[in-house]
Design a binder for this molecule. Structure first.
Ligand code: ZN
Length: 507
């Protein structure tokens, strides 16, 4: 099993990228194993319910990391799994499979639940302009690879079979705990866990393969009888299948450091004898009004609920305004402030777009260009410092302020607007993934090509309606002119009459 990376040369931009590595608890210079290639794996969702704002924080954070690495010139292969089997309701190898439990409650096949929530997950992420991973492997589609991995771990002497279950023998693996500094043994003995499976040699041991009890729907034949994989196994098996036995970046939520990531490391390294991952990156969690979010606490916010109230781009900007390793507190007041900020950025983008067409002619303004160059440098510096998006967003706001300042001074010439526009779009859109104006129609990145065409037709249609309205005004048919303005306003388009012409913008 090797990672087959295509050979091609890419010029890397000079950079000073440092990333915080949970494994070493320090910021390290980013040096991939096989530049310019970067293999990156991020733990994906368990698809048994709607995605919530915690998912948004995690996957927007890793989306910006992928975007920045690609901007620097790295050839990133981004793998993010879909957990559709094996994730139990309890960490200590007890409880029900989450997908199967939901399926039983709704009286449908577990794969219907998995498919439904996989689709809605991607649709929610599309609206946040999160680029889709290059590979989204499903756990249920990689049972063979998982069985093979279990066989290798048994052969290496680090797992044992008992009555159709296979457990990892934690006592045989002294390196266990190197990521989180936590010991399974201690946790299980001192913790308040439910009783451990009677057939384990030690409470710390964890399931690689589980025997299917009667009535269990999701099961496959294996050398140990019919059963299904333990949750932690899929990430070791699928990351190594697509990225090789040693790869560069593994990401996920901090709450998954233990036991999930610790178990992934033990499984992979016990089987291969090689270091599994070079850099471990973990994002912090979302709180709501200062409280941990949870279904039982009644403060659980799905993305679909959040989108009813807030523009997905406002949510994205809100997430980027805090560092991925910092907790993020979600509140209406904070989102309201971000909404105002987003309007200011979008307004600056509109100014540039309109000035390209209608601005005064004249040369590129050197001072404006210099201010932009400086903001660009600061944004790079921030991103090089462990993807410091709050610093990058601050630089973007400085650019927006500069755009308004130059415009108000009457120096925003067409060439200046073109020059600033290219830089502003590179930073806001390519790197930070924010979308403004007509770009926001047809949010799916998969439809990006089509949405550009749609946006063009859309703009032409609005201009046509503006012409009709102006014709009506000239003919003194003010009722008709007002009706056109009102209808456009109802669909969110505001007209602004200037002495020269009529401009339009989104509300
Ligand atoms: Zn995982």
């Amino acid at each position: 099993m090797g990672a087959c990376f295509a050979r091609f040369n890419v010029a890397l931009k000079p950079n000073n990228l440092h990333v915080y590595n949970t494994l070493t608890r320090s910021k390290e210079r980013f040096e991939p194993l096989n530049p310019p290639h970067v293999g990156m794996y991020v733990c994906g969702p368990t698809v048994y319910g709607d995605a919530h704002i915690g998912h948004a924080k995690s996957y927007v954070s890793f989306d910006v990391i992928v975007r920045y690495l690609r901007y620097l010139g790295y050839n990133v292969r981004y793998v993010q799994n879909i957990t559709d089997v094996g994730h139990l309701t309890d960490d200590a190898d007890q409880g029900e499979d989450k997908v199967e439990r939901k399926a039983k409650a709704e009286r449908v096949h577990p794969m219907q639940i998995a498919e439904k929530f996989t689709r809605s997950y991607f649709e929610d992420m599309d609206r946040l302009n999160v680029l889709r991973p290059d590979i989204s492997p499903r756990a249920s589609g990689h049972i063979i690879e998982q069985i093979e991995l279990v066989k290798r771990i048994i052969a290496a002497g680090h797992a044992y079979e008992t009555g159709g279950n296979v457990y990892f023998d934690v006592a045989s693996w002294p390196k266990y705990g190197k990521l989180s500094g936590r010991e399974r043994q201690e946790e299980m003995v001192s913790g308040t866990r439910v009783e451990t499976a009677a057939d384990k040699r030690a409470p710390a041991d964890f399931a690689l393969w589980k025997r299917a009890e009667p009535g269990h729907i999701m099961q496959w034949p294996s050398p140990w009888g019919n059963g299904y994989p333990g949750w932690h196994l899929e990430c070791s098996a699928m990351s190594m299948k697509y990225l090789g036995e040693s790869f560069d970046i593994h990401g996920g939520g901090m709450e998954n450091q233990f036991p999930h990531h610790e178990d992934e490391i033990a499984q992979a390294e016990a089987a291969t004898g090689k270091p599994f991952v070079k850099y471990w990156l973990h994002n912090n969690m979302v709180t709501v009004g200062g409280q941990k979010m949870g279904k039982s606490l009644g403060n659980f916010i799905t993305l679909q609920q959040a989108f009813e109230k807030w523009d997905p781009m406002v949510i994205r900007l809100f997430i980027l305004q805090s560092h991925y390793r910092s907790p993020l507190d979600f509140s209406d007041e904070a989102l309201g402030a971000t909404e105002n900020g987003f309007k200011r950025l979008e307004g600056a983008f509109d100014v540039l777009t309109q000035q390209v067409q209608y601005g005064p002619s004249g040369p590129l303004d050197p001072e404006a260009a210099q201010v932009f160059g400086e903001a660009f440098r600061r944004l790079n510096e921030a991103m090089d410092d462990d993807f410091n998006t709050p610093g990058a967003v601050a630089a973007l706001f400085d650019m927006a302020n500069n755009i308004y300042r130059v415009r108000d001074a009457g120096r925003l010439t067409g060439p200046t607007a073109v020059g600033l526009g290219a830089t502003f779009k590179l930073l806001s859109n390519d790197i930070l993934g924010l979308m403004f104006g007509p770009d926001r129609l047809g949010m799916s990145p998969l439809k990006a090509g089509r949405s550009a065409a749609v946006a063009k037709h859309f703009e032409a249609s609005v201009l046509f309606l503006i012409d009709l309205r102006n014709d009506a005004r000239k003919a003194k048919n003010f009722a008709q002119a007002d009706a056109i303005r009102k209808r456009l306003d109802e669909i969110g388009i505001v007209l602004e009459d200037t002495p020269q012409d009529t401009k339009w913008r989104f509300k």
